[in-house]
Design a protein around this ligand. Structure first.
Ligand SMILES: *[C@@H]1O[C@H](CO)[C@@H](O)[C@H](O)[C@H]1NC(C)=O
Ligand SMILES: *[C@@H]1O[C@H](CO)[C@@H](O)[C@H](O)[C@H]1NC(C)=O
Ligand SMILES: *[C@@H]1O[C@H](CO)[C@@H](O)[C@H](O)[C@H]1NC(C)=O
Length: 696
């Protein structure tokens, strides 16, 4: 797991060296001077993402100075210098930098060695990218299993490729910027801060902030900076034509096609595939630990890892199988409602694993707030990301670089409360014979769930009735999960932004982000539960859970987190299961069991306490005391001057938020909005973002 930063000069770019005064340098070797300049600025760009790869650094610059690939390395596989990047093909015509991890690579490598004449120069998993590209062209992406961001340049074909893993676990941002001499360059990097030394002058994308585009589609919070979408690659041919294409997507069965498999078969299937996904992720040349909370997702991983170590003698990376599994977590002050560490402690005792926990309090959160925002590169309406940032300090302090985490379980096994309403919207015709929920019961529960959902959406200010909401929902077969996804939008924008950016409706952003073929499937063939899970995964999973609650706050402390529950062989299987084994009606208890099939598959590996535990929604404290460290921090950040400097925020709407948000009777809504605005102030200061103004 690493960091990459690359530069591609686009057609029209002048490749000769220009002096600072804009004049062309006429004496000496201008080509060599230009090379030196590019290498220096690329190096400065890598400095900004040094945390992603503190172990080594490398770069490659094409002979014609057009393509530069930079890399910082966190050494995980093949710790020798052979594993240093960029990688080159044996004929030195294909060049690549990789951030991420490819699993099952021993098998893939053997297959390449036995079917082709490719000779590997390292034992690193990353090198398979070059070999696969040589033998499969752009199809190389189909052979990759794991999380990755890859930039590859094929000199002979003049094709530049930037590919991102299926779920967007590893980041890749890009922008086209003036080169200072009348031409343009494409910049592409693991984090946007890496663009700063390359001439990027950050500006707010106000429309994207208002309509939540940064949270759902290709946009970010900065104008002109985009993401490579999950499951896509971007190509640039002959330094001119840019295009993003999809190579993989989540899909679900036809809701009316009966599934003949028994629940027992399905439970067994999930169990085997999850064990496979975990087994593959225990391969590394460094030790591997686990993030353990009080939830079922991380506990089943800890349980299965322990099982694999004990019964199959699988080693945890470089640790011998005889060593103890080590789990990490953070715990918050008692009474915060945040502390699940007593359950995690009982799980750890039961499994016989080591358990390292760090105690956090309000002061510790306040202290880390600004750095966590700098790393996240976007706002977030609560402090969970600061908690995740602190959590990644624990393995680092214990000498670990790799951990396993449970991310992705709620998206694939229907763990979020908002899914219930959409599950009940239609019968599960695919599993009629094995469904525990009768049709009259479904109708009754649907009515209850809809009433509860509406009350909830009203309480959090999600717009379900007004404006274009009914059209948006209709476009996705009426699923209500999009209303929950559009909640918590800060209503603080300056009046001029209404005129400049039109009607900004996050629900419409969410709907439009699903492409036309997907919307057709949602209308005609997918069960509404599956549609809800799809939409959520493209928005919140890709752009919050995997960013400020994932890669960005983990890599801030050089921690690689592996996500077995997002293994695509596993998720393709799960996505193919009928809705009613994900959310299951328990007739005796008269309640729904969310993530039912995961719970059943996990049963031999987890404590009875967890197997029987009803969903306990995990949420951070929403209010904090007056005059405490967080109150003081936010007061300092949210001054009239700093807020007005943003340009797009109306001081009249935010001036009183800090006063309203803190204290015993603090208003959680005011608190959330105050956090968002304070985070924008931090971003403005740290990135040097220009004040937004209404211009065209
Ligand atoms: C890159 O920057 C590092 C310091 O951050 C410095 O030690 C190194 O010499 C630089 N390398 C080049 C090629 O400029
Ligand atoms: C769990 O907590 C108990 C009591 O504080 C302690 O004795 C035990 O060592 C803890 N278990 C682990 C695995 O840390
Ligand atoms: C969607 O909801 C609207 C308004 O409640 C209703 O008229 C319409 O029939 C629903 N469409 C579907 C496909 O359920």
């Amino acid at each position: 797991m690493c960091g990459i930063s690359c530069i591609l000069a686009l057609r029209g770019h002048d490749t000769t060296y220009h002096q600072a005064n804009g004049h062309i340098h006429t004496n000496g070797d201008t080509h060599a001077l230009e090379r030196k300049k590019i290498v220096t600025e690329l190096n400065e760009s890598l400095d900004k993402i040094q945390h992603r790869g503190p172990d080594a650094r490398g770069h490659w610059l094409s002979d014609d100075n057009r393509v530069a690939l930079g890399h910082v390395r966190l050494a995980i596989n093949d710790l020798s210098p052979d594993g240093a990047q960029p990688f080159h093909s044996p004929a030195k015509k294909i060049h690549a930098v990789v951030n991420g991890e490819f699993y099952d690579y021993d098998r893939i490598r053997k297959e390449i060695e036995s079917t082709t004449d490719y000779v590997f120069s390292s034992r690193s998993d990353s090198e398979i990218v070059i070999a696969l590209y040589l033998h499969h062209g752009l199809n190389f992406v189909h052979y990759l299993r794991g999380e990755f961001a890859v930039v590859l340049y094929d000199e002979e074909q003049q094709i530049f490729i930037a590919a991102r893993d299926r779920y967007g676990i590893k980041p890749l941002f890009w922008t086209v910027q003036p080169d200072g001499k009348g031409g343009k360059r494409m910049l592409i990097a693991a984090e946007m801060k890496a663009f700063l030394p390359l001439g990027w002058k950050p500006e707010w994308d106000v429309r994207s902030l208002k309509d939540a585009g940064w949270n759902h589609d290709e946009r970010t919070i900065f104008a002109g900076v985009g993401k490579i979408r999950p499951g896509h690659y971007l190509t640039c041919t002959a330094f001119g034509h840019l295009e993003q294409r999809q190579y993989w997507d989540m899909t679900y069965p036809d809701k009316n096609l009966p599934d003949p498999r028994t629940p027992e078969e399905l439970i067994q299937g999930v169990r085997e595939k999850l064990l496979d996904a975990i087994r593959l992720r225990l391969r590394a040349d460094v030790p591997i630990g686990i993030y353990l909370s009080g939830g079922i997702d991380s506990s089943v991983i800890a349980g299965m890892v322990t099982h694999l170590v004990k019964t199959e003698g699988v080693a945890l990376g470089s640790q011998p199988a005889s060593s103890r599994v080590c789990c990490f977590s953070i715990a918050f002050d008692e009474g915060s409602g945040f502390d699940e560490s007593s359950i995690a402690n009982r799980t750890a005792d039961w499994l016989g694993v080591k358990y390292e926990k760090k105690i956090m309090n309000e002061a510790a959160l306040a202290e880390r707030f600004e750095d966590a925002v700098w790393h996240a590169e976007h706002h977030n309406p609560d402090l969970n990301f600061v908690g995740k940032y602190a959590l990644s300090e624990v393995p680092q302090e214990c000498g670990y670089k790799v951990v396993l985490t449970g991310e992705g379980a709620d998206e694939h096994f229907a763990g979020y409360p908002s899914y219930l309403d959409d599950y009940l919207r239609e019968p599960d015709n695919a599993y009629e014979a094995n469904n525990t929920l009768s049709e009259p019961e479904r109708l009754k529960q649907f009515h209850l769930a809809e009433t509860a959902a509406k009350a909830y959406y009203d309480s959090v200010g999600a717009d379900t009735s007004a404006r274009g909401a009914s059209v948006s929902r209709k476009m996705l077969n009426n699923i209500s999960t999009i209303s929950s996804m559009a909640a918590f939008l800060p209503r603080v924008f300056a009046p001029w932004t209404d005129k400049a950016y039109g009607l900004c409706d996050p629900q419409r952003t969410i709907v439009n982000n699903a492409d036309g073929t997907v919307r057709a499937k949602i209308l005609n063939s997918w069960h509404p539960l599956h549609s809800a899970m799809y939409i959520w995964s493209k928005g919140h999973l890709a752009n919050i859970f995997l960013t400020c609650l994932g890669d960005r706050t983990e890599m801030a402390h050089s921690i690689e987190a592996r996500t077995p529950l997002l293994d695509h062989k596993l998720t393709e299987y799960i996505n193919g299961l009928p809705p009613s084994v994900k959310l299951r009606w328990m007739p005796e208890e008269r309640r729904f069991s969310e993530k039912w099939i995961l719970r059943e598959a996990a049963q031999p590996f987890i404590t009875r306490e967890l197997y029987e535990r009803k969903k306990h929604p995990y949420s951070a404290p929403t209010t904090w005391p007056r005059d405490g460290p967080l109150h003081k921090l936010l007061k300092g950040l949210m001054t009239k001057e700093k807020v007005e400097q943003l340009g797009f925020v109306d001081w009249a709407k935010v001036g009183g938020l800090v006063g309203k948000g803190f204290g015993e009777k603090g208003d959680p809504g005011a608190m959330r909005t105050a956090l968002v605005v304070a985070e924008w102030v931090v971003i403005a200061e740290r990135f040097g973002v220009a004040t937004a103004e209404g211009k065209f």
